[in-house]
Write a protein that binds this ligand. Structure first.
Ligand code: AMP
Length: 292
């Protein structure tokens, strides 16, 4: 595996792969098995696999955790290599946006609601950095996790709308054995908060079971989602919604058609740590085996 820090060196390296398929996984590092599942799939699908590690300041609001976002460059390098990545691009902080950078990529619609409401600069920051990274890497395929469902939907929309010549591939959520979705931010959780964090996956299973039992009233499903979260002492709910998985349109106040696609989405604050999770209600989930 080659570790590259400058875009010039990256471009020169990628030029040697001209005409071959390039897979690309953008990340913010502090890698866990969720990231590594994307890396492995990327390595399996493509002639050359590229991963980036860049903590993108543009997607953090002023009161968020940019300054304390966890980092582990040595561990990440070893993990990326073991997962089959050929080129690890680690641009130093401050090197991605040139002085005077004045361009923002904004995707409308899909970025309203859910995390877009709670984090005003978040999706513009992601759309802008992902566009830059795509332009530098020029990937054939790119891999994003369903853990960040709204982000994945936005990247798909953006790539389609702007005719970006890349195939966007969504990958299932990788979880801890007890159901907690893997996240770099889980490192912030103290043991009591870690226990409370299980309320998210429990809520998703409860809603899925109600859906399987025939519940199609979205407000009733949202109430079922909220109950375990409200029972967890340290959890402060940011949002609990059921949305259209493609458009992210809110479905509250409606009844679902029998087999209509529906995504339950949750964000909470747990003692200063933001956690998100989601699950399709209309599809089986491995979580059902975790919380019997
Ligand atoms: P991040 O480093 O948090 O920006 O995440 C980089 C990529 O990894 C994004 O596409 C995420 O959706 C994906 N990812 C993060 N956590 C998980 C997980 N638990 N399972 C699957 N993909 C994940």
């Amino acid at each position: 595996m080659k570790v590259i820090t400058t875009r010039e060196a990256l471009r020169a390296e990628l030029a040697t792969w001209h005409g071959r398929s390039i897979g690309f996984v953008p990340t913010m590092g502090f890698l866990h098995d969720g990231h590594l599942s994307l890396f492995r799939r990327c390595a399996a699908d493509n002639d050359v696999s590229v991963a980036s590690i860049f903590v993108n300041p543009k997607q953090f609001g002023p009161n968020e955790d940019l300054d304390r976002y966890p980092r582990n460059p040595e561990g990440d390098t070893a993990a990326a290599e073991a997962a089959g990545i050929d080129i690890l691009w680690m641009p130093p902080d401050g090197s991605v946006y040139a002085p005077g950078h004045a361009t923002t990529v904004h995707v409308d619609g899909i970025t309203r609601g859910l995390c877009g409401d709670s984090r005003p600069v978040f999706f513009d920051g992601i759309a802008t950095v992902v566009t830059k990274l795509f332009n530098i890497v020029q990937p054939t395929r790119t891999y994003f996790g369903e853990k960040d469902w709204q982000q994945l939907a936005m990247v798909r929309r953006m790539a389609h709308d702007l005719d970006m010549p890349v195939e966007v591939i969504g990958m299932p959520i990788v979880r801890e054995p007890d159901g907690l979705a893997m996240s770099s931010r889980n490192a912030y959780l103290r043991p009591d908060a870690r226990q409370d964090a299980l309320a998210l996956s429990r809520a998703l299973v409860a809603a899925r079971r109600a859906w399987v039992a025939g519940e199609r009233d979205v407000d009733a499903l949202i109430a079922i989602l909220r109950a375990p979260l409200e029972a967890a002492e340290r959890v402060v709910i940011d949002y609990v919604e059921v949305v259209d998985p493609e458009t992210i349109a809110y479905l509250r106040g409606t009844r679902l058609d029998t087999d209509a696609p529906a995504l339950a989405a949750i964000a909470v604050d747990l003692q200063g740590t933001r956690l998100i999770d989601n699950a399709r209600l209309d599809l089986p989930s491995p979580l059902e085996a975790v919380h019997p």
